[in-house]
Design a protein. Structure first.
Length: 112
């Protein structure tokens, strides 16, 4: 089964991609959209460079962020808010079909 994922890139460009269920949003974005300086730790919840804002209509459907994800968001994400998530921590499911995420501003300042 595939899931439709809408990605709004840092420049405001919207791309819709079909992704195999079970793929993380981070991996889908890296494979299909290829933004610069994105997901640099390889999906290990260590750097915050895969920070996205999740459409609020889907936020309640997602498994909530755990303490580690919240800690990384607070430490590394630029301008986090209540819809902020690390895309490496969200595996796509059929319930998330047509989800929209906006890639957060590049935030390498604290990474290096």
């Amino acid at each position: 089964m595939t899931v439709k994922l809408n990605v709004i890139n840092r420049d405001g460009t919207k791309t819709t991609i079909e992704v195999k269920e079970g793929t993380s949003i981070r991996d889908a974005i890296e494979d299909k959209v290829e933004p610069e300086s994105f997901g640099l730790c390889g999906g290990n919840c260590n750097c915050g460079t895969c920070h996205v804002y999740v459409d609020s209509n889907y936020l309640n459907k997602l498994v909530p962020a755990d303490d580690e994800e919240n800690r990384i968001i607070k430490k590394f994400a630029d301008n986090p808010n209540e819809t902020s998530r690390l895309s490496c921590q969200i595996e796509l499911k059929k319930e998330y079909d047509d989800i929209t995420v906006t890639i957060g501003k590049e935030s390498l300042e604290n990474f290096y």
